[in-house]
Design a protein around this ligand. Structure first.
Ligand code: ADP
Length: 245
């Protein structure tokens, strides 16, 4: 029996008011089972970033509910939301967002320090080891390749053992070989550690490593594919882009 790591129930997000109001998400309902890897795709402006932000508690829906590990985000105060984000949610971005003056191990330890916890060096080294960077702990971001920097960012996102790891185009800035390596790591975290991952991507090859691909069009869920090949996903995207012209 699997349970849901995260659930969105009729989530809408509108920006602005009156004539200029934009509905970025329109009554989106989605469930993400624990230990599964989901890719979110859709044309530019379809609501992918807004979906990620609402699901991760970085933005509040105008209506509807988001539940992470049984806790409803919409009912939380700002402080409660900050704590939940810190302890139960991990985030990796296209632009790694590491602190340049800190070493790899200091960057990885940062979320625990921010939470007022004293990270053990053994734990930091263990997580760096999991992403294949055990021997780069003392390096600063400028001394690491793009792929290695993204691995540090991944280790930093995973050190708190989050319920859900969100990726916003995490391989968008990487060449195809490095991108494959990082995707292999993500896949391994799902398969070996039961990590739940939700990743926005434009890349059908990246999306094909996920268990499921959810498509968004105009702020609504426009179907999904399970276990699809990169070619199948690319064909689906091409049809969507034509339809939304
Ligand atoms: P995607 O990530 O798929 O490109 P977004 O979630 O960024 O889509 O945006 C969805 C829609 O919401 C777009 O029409 C965008 O212009 C609008 N939007 C996003 N953020 C804001 C904002 N802060 N203010 C006004 N409109 C916004």
């Amino acid at each position: 029996m699997t349970s849901d790591a995260i659930r969105l129930c009729s989530v809408s997000r509108r920006y602005g008011a009156g004539e200029s109001a934009v509905t970025a998400l329109d009554r989106v309902s989605l469930s993400f089972a624990e230990g599964t890897f989901t890719a979110v795709m859709g044309p530019s402006g379809s609501g992918k970033s807004t979906l990620l932000q609402c699901a991760a508690g970085l933005d509040r829906p105008t209506s509807g509910t988001v539940t992470v590990g049984g806790t409803e985000l919409t009912g939380l105060s700002e402080t409660g939301l900050t704590l939940l984000r810190r302890e139960r949610i991990g985030f990796v971005f296209q632009a790694f967002n590491l602190v340049p003056s800190l070493t790899a191990e200091q960057n990885v330890a940062l979320p625990l320090r921010l939470a007022g916890r004293r990270p053990s060096r053994a734990l930091v080294r263990e997580v760096l080891g999991q992403v294949g960077l055990g021997d780069r702990a003392r390096h600063r971001p400028s001394e690491l390749s793009g792929g290695q920097q993204q691995r540090v960012a991944l280790a930093r996102a995973l050190i708190t053992r989050p319920d859900v790891l969100f990726g916003d185009e995490p391989t968008g800035a990487l060449d195809s070989r490095t991108s494959r390596e990082v995707l292999g790591l993500l896949r391994g975290m799902v398969d070996r550690e039961g990590q739940t991952i939700i990743m926005v991507t434009h890349d059908p090859v990246a999306a094909s490593r996920a268990d499921r691909v959810v498509f968004l069009v105009d702020g609504r869920v426009d179907g999904e594919l399970v276990g699809a090949s990169a070619d199948g996903i690319a064909a689906r995207m091409a049809r969507m882009e034509v339809a939304s012209c």
